[in-house]
Ligand binder design. Structure first.
Ligand SMILES: [Fe+2]
Ligand SMILES: [Fe+2]
Length: 132
């Protein structure tokens, strides 16, 4: 299992919680593929993941906009690319072309930890938020 670590903290409790939950979703997705769950079950997990991801990105972007964050446009672009990746997975699953061999959930988790460490933690530093 690949999860959230204290070093990922961005100093905003609500966002840390959201990031933790995203790891849970990605792990669920991974398990579903590994266990060969049905297309419908995988679709449900992916749709939940997508909805939750969108919700988190929206609240993060709203918060950054309130702060007039100078990197907001670039940050949004990263979020958008990630949303596209999930949309692609949803389409692949619908077409019955999804498999563990793509090891895509690993890519998602790595993207998430990379994004948190390199992009989200920048705002933690910028606004002097105390991370764990
Ligand atoms: Fe972000
Ligand atoms: Fe985030």
């Amino acid at each position: 299992m690949y999860g959230w670590q204290d070093s990922y903290s961005v100093g905003v409790q609500a966002f840390d919680k959201a990031h933790q939950r995203l790891f849970v979703y990605f792990n669920d997705f991974y398990s579903a593929l590994r266990d060969g769950r049905s297309q419908d079950q995988v679709a449900t997990i992916l749709e939940q993941t997508y909805a939750y991801t969108n919700q988190h990105f929206e609240s993060e972007e709203r918060w950054l906009a309130q702060k007039n964050d100078p990197d907001l446009a670039a940050h949004k672009e990263q979020h958008r690319k990630f949303q596209e990746q999930i949309e692609k997975l949803i389409a692949e699953n619908k077409a019955g072309k999804i498999g563990l061999s793509s090891s895509i959930s690993k890519v998602l988790r790595e993207w998430l930890s990379g994004h948190i460490m390199q992009t989200d933690r920048k705002y933690a530093a910028r606004y002097h938020l105390k991370s764990k």
